[in-house]
Design a protein around this ligand. Structure first.
Ligand code: SAM
Length: 390
């Protein structure tokens, strides 16, 4: 595993993530202990929403006395995460190209930007000639977005609405275009897709478009002995003490990191494509079979998931991949370590299935069930493992 070798993350993110319990993922929420977790899903969901969005009684100004603890609960209110996203040029430039090179999609249209953050996508749309843009943002960053819109002279075209998309009143009955950057790690972590689908069902005019409209999840396998040793086996003996109970937990948490393409041992398989313009919320939970074929003799320590998104309504197809063979993005890849080390020969296949669903207690978390089998010359393995993105 190559840690952040060629991506555009900065130290700020490393500092930022240290507020969380789980260093594996971007947006972290407080770990509910067993008792709290037992209080039921509705309460947990509300707590999760509040951790991502501004509290219902949130102030309209960005308070100067905000502490790191506040940022922990309201991570998108801190500019650092927006800096990281804006500096992810694969991400931001793709949206810019989609809008500027396909003005026919935006010009004279009413646009809804779901989760506007700093307002960058709204500004692109306004510059491309949108009739009006509604920029909805639930965190305190909405106040900054208002200032940014004003400073750039777009106050008459962009209306920033502070609040959750599920709770705001939109001052128009319908919109022609919904744009959003909703993708989380492993595509689905954070569960913001549901908010986009909610907006689509409520406000998108018949024949309206959603940008992006396609998202696909892929799976491949890697050799990763060094990093597995460092992150997983490490717990077997820590300064001579057995901490292997933590190893079990570490195995269950997929690691978000940049994979060096030299580590890839098999081909890649498409697990699932989602059509954002048509799918229902339930389609984000699925079971997909897979079959990946070794391209050389090697050892396999982990399966790796990544996603692509595309904007098929463009004049020429535009999109980007977060795969290990593409330019790195802040989403990196999602690595799931295997209990077994698979000794695989060129041409042998790993077959199995992956089930993905939102966690019932904590709907922004993602549960993954991975079943895999290898009936090879040197390894005969059949196993099911469970992971949780949190
Ligand atoms: C991944 S960021 C993208 C920000 C911006 N669109 C960009 O491209 O830089 C997602 C934003 O959506 C906001 N958000 C998440 N869920 C939301 C909801 N239900 N309603 C309104 N905003 C939401 C978050 O606070 C965050 O600022």
């Amino acid at each position: 595993m190559t840690k952040n070798n060629n991506n555009n993350n900065n130290n700020e993110e490393e500092e930022f993530v240290s507020f969380g319990h789980n260093l594996n993922t971007k947006i972290r929420f407080e770990d509910a202990d067993e008792d709290e977790a037992a209080q039921g899903s509705a309460e947990a969901a509300t707590a999760q929403d509040e951790s991502m969005c501004d509290a219902a009684d949130g102030t309209t100004e960005m308070a100067d006395d905000t502490t790191s603890a506040d940022y922990y609960f309201d991570s998108y209110s801190h500019f650092g995460i927006h800096e990281e996203m804006l500096k992810d040029v694969v991400r931001t430039k793709t949206y810019q190209n989609v809008i500027y090179q396909n003005k026919f999609l935006i010009k004279d249209k009413v646009v809804l930007d779901v989760g506007a953050g700093t307002g960058i996508l709204s500004l692109f749309c306004a510059k491309a000639g949108a009739k009006h843009v509604y920029a909805v943002e639930c965190s305190q960053m909405a106040d900054m977005a208002k200032e940014i819109v004003k400073a750039n002279g777009f106050s008459d075209v962009i209306t920033v609405l502070k609040g959750k998309i599920e709770e705001i009143e939109l001052p128009t009955p319908k919109v022609d275009v919904i744009i959003s950057e909703w993708m989380g790690y492993f595509l689905l972590f954070e569960n913001m897709l549901d908010s986009v689908l909610y907006a689509r069902n409520k406000w998108l005019v018949d024949g309206g478009i959603v940008l992006p409209d396609k998202a696909s999840l892929f799976l491949t396998a890697i050799e990763d002995s060094e990093y597995k040793e460092d992150k997983i086996e490490f717990w077997n003996s820590v300064y001579g003490f057995d901490m292997s109970c933590i190893k079990k937990k570490a195995m269950m948490e997929p690691l978000v990191d940049t994979v060096d393409q030299k580590q890839i041992v098999t081909d890649s398989r498409l697990l699932k494509t989602m059509d954002i313009s048509k799918m229902s919320s339930g389609d984000a939970s699925f079971t997909a079979p897979f079959k990946i074929v070794a391209q050389r003799n090697d050892y396999i320590h982990a399966l790796v998931a990544y996603f692509d998104v595309s904007f098929t309504m463009c004049h020429k197809l535009l999109g980007f991949s977060t795969g290990p063979k593409s330019r790195a993005t802040h989403w990196k890849q999602t690595v799931m370590y295997l209990e077994d080390v698979l000794t695989i020969c060129e041409g042998e296949t790993i077959t199995g299935s992956m089930s993905v669903s939102y966690n019932k207690k904590n709907p922004r978390d993602v549960d993954i069930k991975l079943s895999y089998s290898l009936d090879g010359q040197h390894s005969k393995v059949s196993r099911t493992q469970h992971y949780k993105m949190r």
